[in-house]
Design a protein around this ligand. Structure first.
Ligand code: SF4
Length: 472
């Protein structure tokens, strides 16, 4: 995969759901509690007893600027750090059966959207962005990718050449013929998970790859002339030093990528590294913080702007639609096994798992499903949760949050709604003191602690649901 994605409906990177409850205390918390790119996390979802019909869920929603996300849950290997919804390989023409199911789901969802629009007397359904994520979408061969694009266009009605289209890939699957299909169909951004240019580090992260193959894949991506290249790198790998980290950063920079994501390594339940045992001491936190600061400073010095803790964009790169964490707008349609969808009041998906056997079972069930007209698993988002979501997703962006936007949406200010939390963040030095009035913005230290700050804004109910989630 590439772990990036502005439309990241797929990423299931929960770690410790029992984050510290908020107090006004200014004791510095541990920096790596939980990666919050979407709230509430999928581990807070539960089966929906009423299985609401999609046409009812989408009635009354804004339908003229939807985001489409198609999830492909196949990879060639299972990386040691990965807890995304994906399986290794696809025997017995599983990709064909998966695309058949995706086609049925797309047909059902589009019918539901059209029904919702007709009931509201609204204009036609329109999509503003599209993304193929995973897993590894380019696990599909060129003909299958063509079919995937056809499903997006013919079933969902997205004109892929008219909207930003982001696609994730991996070094082994970024072949010239697949990239040609994607470029031809309008891909504007390719995101490749490299993680490390050091072969020994790649092995330590249980992601066996050779640097020569990575470089060759990057060459093919550049030859395909897709406007934006994103490279994902990981810091905090066993044995990684300032020296080897700098080498990976420079190897990535040599390709002048329009975007770079720097991810702290997490070790999560049921993953390859998680099964290997102990992580989580102070020395590891210190290593990750040190490498984060080194990476941030190096990219800023090389002409990149910081968009969020993880995301950096080359200052002269073409604009690419929504930014990291910027999924403020509801109206996400996720299709495929691991995808989620967001209306303004309900986030929903299919079943979720990390364990390989469970994932295979869920994919097998998906491929035989005929009725995709209902939401099966999800979580209601009430007014309080919507405020939390807006605040944490805006605040975690380097540019900060316009208080007027928040007030315009909710009629209150963050200071009125979250006084204890904001007082604590200020006491910790996480809020920029030089921000314009009317702007709530993190300090550099606040950005460095994004993965502690975000979880501190989780509601007690979501925190409890995440803690009660039985990993499978
Ligand atoms: S390539 Fe690795 S990190 Fe990416 S989705 Fe597959 S297993 Fe996970």
């Amino acid at each position: 995969m590439s772990t990036t994605d502005t439309l990241r409906a797929h990423d299931d990177a929960a770690t410790d759901p029992g984050a510290e409850p908020v107090t006004a205390s200014a004791t510095t918390p541990r920096p790596y509690e939980n990666y919050v790119y979407a709230y509430p996390h999928k581990t807070a979802y539960r089966p929906l007893p009423d299985r609401p019909a999609l046409r009812d869920l989408w009635a009354g929603e804004r339908l003229d600027a939807l985001s489409l996300y198609l999830h492909i849950p196949f990879c060639e290997v299972r990386c040691g750090f990965c807890n995304l919804f994906t399986r290794i390989g696809a025997p017995d023409e599983l990709t064909t059966r998966y695309l058949d199911a995706l086609d049925r789901q797309a047909t059902a969802v589009r019918e539901a959207l059209d029904g919702a629009a007709a009931r509201a007397g609204a204009a036609t359904v329109r999509f503003a962005t599209a993304a193929f994520g995973g897993g590894t979408p380019t696990f599909l061969d060129a003909a299958e990718l063509t079919r995937l694009c056809d499903i997006a266009e013919r079933r969902m009605g997205v004109r892929l050449t008219d909207v930003p289209l982001s696609v994730e890939t991996s070094p082994a699957t970024a072949t010239a013929d697949r990239l040609a299909v994607l470029a031809d169909r309008g891909a504007t951004r390719v995101s490749i998970g490299v993680q490390s240019f050091d072969d020994a580090e790649a092995r330590a992260a249980v992601r066996p790859q050779r640097r020569a193959d990575v470089e060759a894949a990057l060459g093919r991506i550049r030859e395909a002339r897709i406007p934006v290249l994103n490279i994902d790198l990981i810091y905090g790998i066993d044995g990684q030093t300032e020296h080897t980290w700098r080498r990976s950063l420079d190897a990535a920079l040599a390709w002048r990528p329009e975007e770079l994501y720097l991810y702290p390594l997490y070790v999560r339940p049921l993953t390859g590294l998680g099964r290997l045992g102990a992580h989580g001491d102070d020395a590891w936190d210190d290593q990750r913080l040190r490498l984060y600061r080194q990476g941030r400073d190096h990219l800023l010095a090389q002409g990149y702007e910081q968009v969020s803790m993880r995301m950096f964009r080359r200052a002269d790169a073409p604009p690419q639609g929504a930014d990291d964490y910027a999924c403020q707008t509801d109206g996400m349609i996720g299709l495929g096994c691991g995808a989620r969808s967001y209306t303004s009041t309900l986030h929903y998906s299919l079943d979720y798992a990390v364990d390989m056997r469970e994932i295979r079972r869920i994919i097998d069930t998906y491929t035989t499903t005929e009725d995709f007209s209902r939401a099966e698993v999800g979580r209601r988002v009430d007014g309080d949760e919507a405020r939390r979501r807006h605040l944490l997703q805006s605040l975690l962006q380097a540019r900060g949050m316009e208080v007027a936007d928040y007030r315009g949406r909710f009629g209150t200010t963050p200071a009125e709604d979250f006084p204890a939390e904001l007082a604590r963040f200020a006491a910790l030095g996480w809020l920029a003191e030089d921000a314009d009035p009317g702007l709530l913005r993190l300090s550099p230290e606040g950005l460095a602690y994004s993965d502690a700050l975000g979880p501190a804004l989780f509601s007690p109910a979501v925190r409890a649901a995440m803690a009660a989630y039985a990993w499978k």
